[in-house]
Write a protein that binds this ligand. Structure first.
Ligand code: NAP
Length: 234
């Protein structure tokens, strides 16, 4: 297939409320969105009938599969202009001694390994095309608790990795940018309807997160490369 004209964004972890909000926002901005998830049925349920969305089932913890995904995006779209990483997950305990290896491993694979794989596989496409990489990190990094220790440590590795990618883009003389967006927690309309008595203090609405992420392709690289954008009060 010959490369399609126009800009293309990859949303890695697209089937959550945050992924759906971002995908709709990007389509509204005129981008083609490659929506990636681990389950084709959930992708179909989220995006069937939405023009401008290309669904791609891929286990983002699988390095080889992610390489294949990047090859398909290059062949079909001429490369990714943006990679938005939204794969999350949470595990906690009551204190340091109740943090388990099993929980840490789940968090590492879901939160970090998926970013590690996707950002390496798409690095050259983003660097060559003044692209944007963004991932969502957490206020827990700056204010970790004993109960939240494994989660905070893994999210800290996301922050460090994004800083390293940002340094790589700058060192390579690229106009690409890597950016962290910091939230405490996310909320969507369904959550608010289910719990109308809750105020969700400090939560970021998925539409506000989508707006911040979607603004990155239009922002100068010098302003957003290596930045940590606070979305708590978005
Ligand atoms: N939710 C919060 O309150 C909160 C708080 C702080 C930070 N954040 C961060 O905000 C971002 C978005 O949060 P979220 O709650 O929307 O994320 P999420 O639901 O945990 O993950 C987003 C999507 O990733 C997909 N996914 C999971 N494992 C995958 C894999 N191996 N390969 C491909 N896709 C996979 C899932 O879809 P499928 O199962 O369909 O594949 C899921 O819908 C994450 O970075 C999260 O850490 C969220």
């Amino acid at each position: 297939m010959s490369p399609a004209p126009g800009r293309t964004a990859v949303v890695a972890g697209a089937t959550s409320a945050a992924g759906i909000a971002l995908t709709r926002r990007l389509i509204g901005d005129g981008l083609t969105v490659v929506a990636v998830g681990s389950d084709s049925a959930r992708l179909a349920a989220a995006f069937t009938g939405l023009d401008g969305v290309v669904r791609q089932e891929c286990d983002l913890t699988d390095e080889v599969a992610v390489g294949g995904l990047a090859d398909r995006v290059l062949a079909d779209h001429g490369g990714a202009d943006a990679l938005f990483h939204l794969v999350g997950g949470w595990r906690g305990g009551r204190g340091i001694t109740t943090q388990t290896t099993a929980d840490y491993d789940v968090l590492h694979r879901s939160v970090f390994l998926t970013l590690f794989n996707t950002s390496r596989a798409f690095y050259d496409q983003l660097a060559d095309g003044a692209g944007r990489l963004a991932a969502v990190t957490a206020t827990a990094v700056a204010a970790p608790t004993a109960a939240n220790a494994s989660y905070a440590a893994v999210k800290a590795s996301v922050d460090a990795w994004l800083q390293a990618v940002a340094q790589g883009f700058a060192k390579d003389g690229s106009e690409a940018a890597a950016t962290a967006v910091v939230v405490k927690a996310l909320v969507d309309d369904a959550m608010r309807q289910q719990q109308p008595e809750r105020s969700f203090p400090g939560f970021t609405h998925v539409d506000d997160l989508a707006r911040i992420l979607a603004s990155l392709p239009g922002a100068p690289a010098g302003e957003v490369n290596g930045a940590r954008i606070d979305a708590v009060r978005a």
